[in-house]
Design a protein around this ligand. Structure first.
Ligand SMILES: [Zn+2]
Length: 150
């Protein structure tokens, strides 16, 4: 059983996908169950989960480190959209228009809480061999990243 660590200074807002098939109904409850089954005492490793209909669900409290980017959990907020695998079983950007709108809203809000934090994707970290979140987050949210102070 791992002890939950407190969050330290937040440097990155990290986008993830749940790596589930588009159309598969997944909520924060499911993710919480999967992550507890892995032995993560804090349950859902992400701080926020965005469902396909655009519903934003709270996962782990932001005051606690998540479990979503190895070595960076005390310096990152984890945001996961449900999806990431298309009808053919391939990794793909499956975000619905509602999810895109909700993600932008959520990230804008998080940027106000953590002005210095940069938005990026899971795959942008060193030694990550996943495609997660299946789109270029830093590029897509360049407008929000531009709000960071120098
Ligand atoms: Zn990820």
């Amino acid at each position: 059983m791992k002890t939950l660590l407190p969050m330290k200074d937040v440097q990155f807002l990290v986008l993830h996908c749940s790596a589930t098939r588009v159309g598969q109904k997944v909520t924060v409850k499911d993710i919480d169950r999967w992550h507890r089954a892995r032995g993560w005492s804090g349950g859902c490793g992400y701080h926020w989960v965005v469902l396909q209909d655009g519903t934003i669900q709270a996962g782990r409290p932001e005051a606690l480190a998540g479990s979503h980017v190895r070595h960076y959990n005390q310096h990152t907020i984890g945001i996961c959209y449900v999806g990431g695998i298309n009808e053919k079983g391939q990794y793909a950007d499956t975000r619905t228009p509602a999810q895109k709108a909700a993600l932008h809203f959520l990230l804008k809000d998080l940027k106000e809480s953590y002005p210095k934090a940069k938005i990026c994707g899971h795959r942008d970290f060193p030694n990550v061999r996943k495609l997660c979140p299946c789109f270029d987050a830093a590029k897509e949210y360049a407008d929000l990243n531009a709000l960071s102070p120098e």
